[in-house]
Design a binder for this molecule. Structure first.
Ligand code: ZN
Length: 309
């Protein structure tokens, strides 16, 4: 497979320009790096990345060049799913942001999550009163691990046109998905289409302008082969508005995590980190202590205020 991989130039997803960008970091990987483990959720950050550039006009950061979309899809389908002990933390954090939709008159009837993994957020949405929940997830392993209550409502695929009727959902959620998407404009158009008028979209993903990302620079875990685009509150608002949405709220995310999980994200070499993780996994401090920290993520709530023309 390695020999068949070709790299393609990317354009700014906001401006549509291929040039007019400044290099931030050169690529630091070789073709042998392309395997399903690279694309698995929650693996240890290994700081492999494509060449990173920033658009001179709008500031959107992107990988350029990248592998073709078909190769990416193939890798995501094969990727493993190992949220493990973090599911409870993520469910709590994501649930907190889901609850914010109520401020905008969002009905709690029909919800779609794009990139739902094993469907833990779909279970949380049911608990919070949503009547019908649907998920789309490319990893067969993740879908196989879903709870029987939500599994029948998860489509094992990438989000694409014709999966759902237009004007169907009250809410569409994307948790740690949007920066993996090679054609974010097409995905936003599809989200807009499947939402009812007045329906809400919730995105939660990395913030390239977060303090942690700025301090760590190229060593930040977000500078990663998996991410086609990296957004800030400004570029995230810009692209969402360019596709018809009205931005209702945008800001930093505070995650509630066990110390053990936070340690995984530290920029330490694995020969130090792995024994430390092993130790924290065995002592009560590492298992029980929780911290609420801005880990470099942003959230955005946007609304479909008009009927599509
Ligand atoms: Zn641009």
């Amino acid at each position: 497979m390695a020999e068949s991989i070709q790299l393609y130039a990317t354009c700014c997803a906001i401006c549509g320009t291929y040039d007019n960008a400044t290099e931030l970091y050169p690529a630091n990987f070789d073709f042998a790096a392309f395997n399903p483990a690279i694309f698995s959720a929650r693996r240890l950050p290994d700081r492999i990345h494509y060449r990173l550039v920033r658009c001179n006009t709008c500031g959107l950061v992107r990988s350029d060049p990248v592998a073709d979309a078909e190769t990416l899809t193939h890798l995501y389908v094969q990727s493993s799913f190992d949220y493990g002990a973090e599911v409870a933390s993520l469910r709590r954090t994501y649930g907190h942001y889901l609850a914010k939709l109520r401020h905008y008159g969002g009905r709690s009837e029909r919800l779609l999550e794009i990139g739902c993994g094993n469907g833990f957020l779909l279970e949380e949405a049911l608990r919070r009163g949503y009547k019908q929940v649907y998920g789309v997830e490319p990893s067969t392993e993740a879908v196989a691990k879903a709870n029987a209550r939500v599994r029948p409502h998860i489509i094992c695929d990438i989000m694409r046109p014709e999966l759902f009727d237009a004007n169907y959902f009250d809410a569409v959620c994307l948790f740690q998905v949007f920066d993996h998407i090679p054609d974010p404009g097409a995905l936003l158009d599809e989200c807009f289409k499947v939402l009812k008028p007045g329906g809400l979209m919730l995105c939660l993903n990395h913030n390239v302008q977060a303090v942690s990302a700025r301090l760590l620079g190229e060593r930040s875990p977000i500078i990663d082969l998996e991410h086609t685009y990296l957004y800030s509150p400004s570029t995230m608002s810009h692209i969402v508005e360019a596709h018809g949405f009205k931005v209702r709220q945008v800001g930093p995310v505070f995650n509630n995590y066990p110390l053990h999980y936070l340690t995984r994200l530290l920029p330490l070499p694995n020969n130090i980190k792995l024994p430390l993780l092993d130790w924290l996994g065995r002592v009560p401090l590492g298992r029980r202590m929780r911290l609420s920290v801005p880990l470099g993520n942003l959230y955005l709530i946007a609304q479909k205020t008009e009927v599509p023309g």
